[in-house]
Design a protein around this ligand. Structure first.
Ligand code: F0G
Length: 461
């Protein structure tokens, strides 16, 4: 990767003051939140790295776009702008706006999945998998083994292992597989990209069997940037060009525009198939709203259309991913165990490696995230056994290989100095890691438990 320094291709026009809490206040806040960072009031958070979802800073052009909202119930002009942007930058023919990504996942899963179907994918995502299951499907992980190994430096950990897919096809038959679910980049693996070569090979294989590829394109521009940086023969291409090619290798997509596309709310489903579109257009009115707004205000669709255009600009994406890499390199230099290589939307601390004295059933990543918050007011999130939920058939926890704490970087929001403060706090907590005790779950919701589960500290062993 290039050795020249990068700087943000923007300057700051408006600031939002942050509340500087005391350690005492934070101890009280995390206890009241049941040691779950999702349950903290954001007022008590200093640097919020819970998620990059809906937390990005919009540009002046996007804010201006809000004023051009056409709030007609039907046929808003902003819908047509969004449709133009989706066609121009992603190449999909038909668009169904939704309030966010999971709204699109719900509709798509219900249309394409029949009870008993199998949905192979390059690692699960929480909401995506749940909607596949609610529609009667079973998710099967076909990502390369390297993705489950936080120490592997393999550059394209988002790749599909085609032999694994072949085994799924052999075992169940292609007719049981409505689509292969492909995420760019793979969130749960640590923000890891899939290579263009792998996607092309996957396309060839699925074409042979008549199986669709559905694209979770939530962070597609970040994936395209990694292809540009790392894949042979791709360095001369623009990110926008690579994004278009990625999309062209798939049949349809779900999008949480709250990430790549730089908006605070919004998403969509897109497809190249008329029949699927027709059904989705019909279903969206049940769950989201009319097909020309899908649960969004006109102004939200305008901001999204502009955000899509900004998100595929090389200068933007270089600085966005560059900031994540800056923090990642700092932590690597400090000797902190993190998922390698550094992903594009955040740093994933390896809680299993840092807290080997805690069994996975004592929720090491959940405990580590709470300690980090207490230390400095930096809010991270658990991506381990709590996020993985329970096995659909046995009812036991799923035990993922990866037990991680995610420090997710919002786009265009924090400075390099914030990243320095984060790194120092992670280091302080790491230095006293032996004193960190595990947790016991005291409340467990049925769906997506990580959002609302509550915990208590276990006594020191
Ligand atoms: N797919 C991926 C890869 C995601 O990261 C998300 C959301 C979704 C789908 C669902 O989209 O939130 O708009 O309904 N990820 C957020 C996160 C919540 O923090 O990683 P949504």
């Amino acid at each position: 990767m290039s050795k020249t320094s990068w700087a943000e291709p923007f300057k700051i026009k408006m600031v939002e003051p942050l509340f500087m809490s005391t350690r005492e206040q934070r101890v009280k806040a995390i206890e009241e939140a049941g040691f779950n960072t999702f349950l903290l009031p954001s007022e008590y958070v200093y640097i919020d790295l819970l998620t990059d979802s809906g937390t990005s800073a919009m540009s002046d052009r996007q804010w201006a776009g809000l004023m051009l909202g056409d709030e007609a119930y039907a046929g808003s002009r902003n819908y047509y702008h969004l449709e133009d942007a989706v066609r121009k930058y992603y190449g999909y023919k038909y668009l169904i706006p939704t309030h966010q990504g999971r709204g699109a996942e719900n509709i798509l899963s219900q249309i394409l999945i029949k009870p008993g179907d199998i949905v192979p994918g390059n690692m699960y995502f929480t909401t995506t998998k749940l909607h596949q299951e609610l529609a009667g499907g079973t998710f099967v992980d076909i990502i390369v083994d390297e993705a489950h190994d936080p120490k592997s430096d393999f550059p394209f950990k988002g790749n599909v292992d085609l032999a694994k897919l072949q085994r799924v096809i052999d075992a169940h038959g292609a007719e049981k597989i409505p689509y292969v679910s492909i995420a760019t980049t793979v969130n749960m693996a640590g923000g890891q990209p899939i290579s263009l070569a792998n996607l092309k090979a996957l396309r060839e294989m699925t074409n042979k069997h008549g199986i669709r590829i559905i694209h979770d394109m939530t962070r597609v521009a970040e994936n395209a940037y990694m292809i540009q940086q790392l894949e042979e023969g791709q360095s001369g291409r623009s990110v926008a060009d690579i994004v278009l090619e990625i999309c062209s290798l798939t049949d349809g997509a779900t999008m949480s525009a709250k990430k790549d596309a730089l908006v605070n709310i919004g998403g969509f489903m897109a497809t190249n198939e008329w029949d699927v579109f027709e059904e989705a257009r019909n279903m969206v009115v049940i769950y989201e709203g009319l097909h020309t707004y899908g649960g969004l205000a006109g102004r939200d669709m305008e901001a999204m259309a502009i955000g899509i255009e900004e998100s595929v600009q090389d200068d933007h994406i270089r600085a966005r991913v560059g900031q994540v890499f800056y923090l990642g390199q700092k932590l690597i230099d400090m000797g902190i165990p993190i998922v390698r290589p550094v992903g594009t939307h955040g740093i994933f601390l390896d809680a299993k490696a840092s807290l080997p004295h805690l069994p996975q059933t004592a929720f090491p990543a959940q405990a580590l995230a709470a300690e980090l918050y207490i230390d400095s007011g930096v809010r991270a999130m658990e991506r381990g056994i709590v996020s993985a939920g329970r096995d659909k058939t046995t009812g036991d926890h799923c035990y993922p290989e990866l037990e991680l704490v995610r420090l997710t970087i919002p786009r265009r929001v924090y400075t390099q100095a914030h990243m320095d403060v984060v790194a120092e706090s992670v280091q302080r907590v790491h230095e006293r890691r032996d004193s960190i005790t595990g947790l016991k779950m005291t409340y467990e919701p049925k769906y997506l438990r990580f959002f609302q589960a509550r915990f208590e500290r276990l006594p020191a062993a």
